[in-house]
Design a protein around this ligand. Structure first.
Ligand SMILES: [Zn+2]
Length: 135
């Protein structure tokens, strides 16, 4: 749990500017006292990878959710060194990550984030079922 000004920070979503790119729906931590914002520690790696990627691509607007729910597991830091991995394994990892975040969203009573994560899980479960059928 992150603290700032002695208060625990609130999980939220927001838009961040990285050079010329605006990145929407980034999971953030917000201090209710001084309104300091930081990228949520669980997605710091993903955020940095996406920010670099968007910048090198010259994109002006990207949506974080489009990438973290993407079937392209390469944007996940923990998958980046495993390009030859079984796509089924990648999707399982992504489901595990989302479940971890979901537990956090519940703990924080962040219902909006929770429903977003549930949508993401539903998508990945469908992807997993497709992959299992192909086996
Ligand atoms: Zn603060």
């Amino acid at each position: 749990m992150s603290f700032c000004c002695g208060a625990s920070m609130i999980g939220t979503y927001g838009t961040l500017q990285h050079y010329r790119t605006r990145i929407h729906n980034v999971p953030l931590l917000l201090c209710p006292v001084c309104h300091r914002i930081e990228v949520h520690f669980l997605v710091e790696n993903e955020y940095e990878i996406l920010a670099e990627y968007a910048q090198s691509d010259g994109a002006e607007e990207v949506d974080f959710r489009d990438y973290v729910t993407s079937e392209d597991g390469r944007l996940f830091e923990n998958c980046i060194n495993h390009e030859n991995d079984d796509p089924l394994e990648l999707v399982k990892n992504q489901i595990d990550n989302a479940l971890d975040l979901l537990a956090l969203a519940k703990q924080w009573n962040d219902t909006q984030w929770e429903s977003q994560l549930k949508r993401r899980l539903a998508l990945m479960s469908r992807r997993k079922a497709q992959l299992l059928k192909q086996k």
